[in-house]
Design a protein around this ligand. Structure first.
Ligand code: GCV
Length: 691
């Protein structure tokens, strides 16, 4: 018989065991930061002349806890060190010295050293490495709303707990700061570009100040998206006209309040006159008027304005032309502390777009690329798509502007004495335990940081680093999964929108295919038909000189190359041309047959990912293995759905049969049109509905 005390002991034991197990459960929360903690701290100290700071305390603590080297680690901040967050790591015998002109630089050096240790890439004796970041500002844009929802977020709710702040400070904030610092991210916009005016209320700013305080020692500056109509919306003025003196005074007062609370506040991100957001054009003013007014307000504090070029009007005959048309007239008219933030492609984070012509065109304005880490248009938190490959494609593209230069070159160029180069990524982070919904999507957060730090890194290197730190260093795991990641973007493009097709998504949620979608009374440029233009002659958007003339926004030789059907890269064919179904492509097949084969190859690749992942099961913990495998299985089913939807829909126009050696569709068009393939449909019940 077990007495009462014995029973209680048993329960305590069970609870204890549960606690220990849950602590060690592999839930993905540790991201790529999986170093084993030292039993005894490593020997880490500051050089004599280096003064202690909160940032150096973090660098010391990380190295004491996780550096396995036997020698001494010396941290040195000196004015002879590398500037702008850069650093040198030098190994002498067993000792290592980390030096920089700033404490942030030393922190980045500490994480670099730990990354090398994790990935088995240690420096040999006598070797020194010096690193300098490609961009000064490496910033995450959160599309998080004050009510805790996240626009285009697929990883739970916002990590910012506005209801609890400023009293309760979630431990997530510091973990988040650490993860960012470990990959060199040094700035954060906390809220959605569709900004609520309430973000600038005094109550909210006090909460923002608390988050900024947690982020600061990790070298991270806080920025906010602002609603251009704030002076009106917060109830004080009848206008938000940027040339109105009361409006200017309102912003000056607001800036003073912000900097009193957050002395190192980074600045404002603004989405103006786009998708219904207010802006200077509401008062007959220009983007330059609006941006410069805010820039003047922030200049005394060293603050920046990141002004988005993501603009388009319903009436336009080609949405792809609009950012250029609206911004080029103001090239050279923006203040030094304005950076124009341009999405990587001319439309909107589509699976594959040519680079935005604005990068090459704006020669007298500081321009920064904006990438989307959250996979709004690429399978959200279900599909594995490694985005470093896509971002490299943009960054490495030659713009052919005067003097030449790739997108990376021209955006890293620093125009004026105050200007800083910058690059933004729309975050894929939420409050789910593994941060990004899909464990594999952590790779994109990681890749964004690493690529902004060094645009010369290859996608392959980044994939390998990530996998080694996050899963396993075993070559039997690394080799196949690295290949999978590197193929994953091309695969997704093949089963979603090959050959330059774009924006044929389901309305609103952008998960599944709906090339037919045409709800009544909807803006034409929000509908797939506006983009694919399929008819009985062919498919694709004519952006040549005979069409919308978008090709002319590129410098030569690109304008001619893209504008000629015979020379246009096939990956952009239907982006720039309306191509007859029977057009014979470079491989000798017709456009229609090619389309069928490419869609099908995407499906086959997605199926192969399921098998490939199964083969590496021995190297992955059960929890993450299963969560990822379930997603690969769904991805393969979705790929089939995409292929059938697009081919059966376009077949109505091409009136050609699917080649005999291509597997016939699994679904029929009616059924595809009835069931809206959606992330939320993927409950067990809805999976059953799938044929
Ligand atoms: C934040 C696309 C997205 C919107 C987003 C917008 C933008 O249109 O679907 O959710 O709004 O881009 O980048 O401003």
């Amino acid at each position: 018989m077990i007495n009462g005390l014995g029973r209680m002991k048993n329960w305590l034991w069970i609870i204890g065991l549960f606690f220990v197990l849950s602590l060690h459960a592999e839930d993905g929360h540790r991201l790529w930061l999986r170093m084993e903690r030292n039993a005894l701290p490593a020997d880490v100290s500051l050089s004599e002349s280096t003064e202690r700071t909160a940032t150096l305390d973090i660098a010391s603590r990380e190295l004491k806890d996780f550096w396995k080297g036997e020698g001494r680690v010396l941290l040195r901040v000196s004015k002879d060190g590398v500037m702008r967050d850069g650093f040198t790591i030098c190994r002498k015998g067993l000792d290592v010295e980390l030096s920089s002109a700033s404490d942030n630089g030393v922190l980045y050096a500490a994480y670099d050293l730990l990354r090398r240790q994790q990935a088995g890439d240690l420096l040999s004796d006598g070797v020194a490495v010096t690193e300098r970041p490609s961009y000064d500002i490496r910033i995450l844009n959160h599309w998080d709303n004050p009510d805790g929802t996240v626009e285009r977020g697929y990883a739970g709710r916002s990590i910012w707990k506005w209801d609890e702040l400023p009293e309760t400070v979630s431990p997530l904030y510091e973990e988040y700061a650490r993860a960012n610092a470990s990959v060199g991210i040094n700035a954060v916009v906390l809220n959605n570009v569709n900004a609520k005016p309430q973000m600038l209320s005094t109550g909210m700013l006090r909460k923002v100040a608390v988050i900024a305080e947690v982020l600061r020692p990790y070298g991270i500056r806080t920025y906010l998206s602002v609603n251009f109509a704030s002076p009106k919306a917060l109830g004080e003025l009848s206008t938000a006209d940027p040339l109105d003196e009361d409006v200017q005074r309102w912003w000056e007062k607001k800036a003073k309040e912000i900097y009193r609370l957050i002395p190192d506040f980074g600045g404002f991100l603004v989405k103006a006159n786009s998708e219904g957001e207010p802006g200077p054009q509401d008062y007959g003013r220009t983007h330059a008027d609006g941006a410069n007014m805010l820039a003047d307000v922030l200049a005394p504090y060293g603050g920046l304005v990141m002004w988005r070029a993501f603009v388009y009007q319903a009436e336009s005959s080609d949405r792809a032309c609009q950012a250029y048309e609206e911004f080029m007239p103001f090239d050279g008219q923006f203040r030094d502390n304005v950076i124009v933030q341009v999405k990587n492609g001319p439309i909107d984070f589509q699976p594959r777009e040519p680079f935005s012509p604005l990068f090459g065109a704006m020669q007298h304005t500081q321009v920064m690329p904006e990438f989307q880490i959250t996979q709004e248009y690429l399978g959200q938190s279900i599909h594995t798509v490694f985005l470093a490959t896509m971002w490299k494609d943009c960054l490495d593209a030659e713009t052919y502007r005067v003097g030449g230069g790739t997108v990376a070159d021209v955006t890293q160029h620093r125009g004026g004495i105050h200007s800083r180069s910058a690059v933004a990524g729309v975050a894929n982070i939420g409050d789910v335990v593994n941060w990004t919904g899909n464990d594999m999507a952590q790779a994109n957060w990681y890749a964004f940081g690493r690529l902004c730090w060094n645009t010369e890194l290859s996608a392959e290197q980044i994939a390998e680093e990530f996998l080694k730190q996050t899963f396993s260093t075993d070559e039997h795991f690394i080799e196949p999964v690295r290949q999978l990641l590197l193929r994953s973007w091309d695969t997704a493009v093949s089963y979603m929108m090959p050959l330059g097709l774009h924006h044929i998504f389901a309305f609103g949620h952008h998960y599944g295919p709906e090339p037919w979608c045409a709800p009544p009374d909807t803006r034409p440029d929000w509908l797939p038909k506006y983009y694919h233009r399929a008819d009985t002659v062919g498919v694709g958007f004519d952006r040549t000189v005979r069409g919308s003339k978008a090709v002319l926004q590129y410098h030569e030789p690109l304008a001619t190359l893209y504008g000629d059907l015979e020379t246009c890269p096939e990956e952009y064919l239907l982006w720039f041309h309306h191509v007859p179904w029977e057009y014979v492509m470079r491989n000798g097949l017709t456009l229609w047959d090619n389309l069928c084969y490419i869609y099908n190859s995407g499906v086959e690749d997605a199926r192969e990912f399921v098998d490939l992942w199964q083969k590496v099961q021995p190297y992955v913990d059960t929890e993450r293995y299963e969560a990822i495998q379930m997603r690969f299985e769904r991805q393969a089913l979705d790929a089939e759905w995409w292929r059938d939807a697009c081919l059966l829909y376009f077949q109505q126009y091409s009136r050609r049969s699917i080649p005999a050696d291509c597997p016939p569709p699994v679904h029929d068009l009616e059924e595809l049109m009835e069931f809206r393939l959606h992330l939320d449909n993927y409950t067990a019940a809805d999976m059953d509905k799938l044929p």
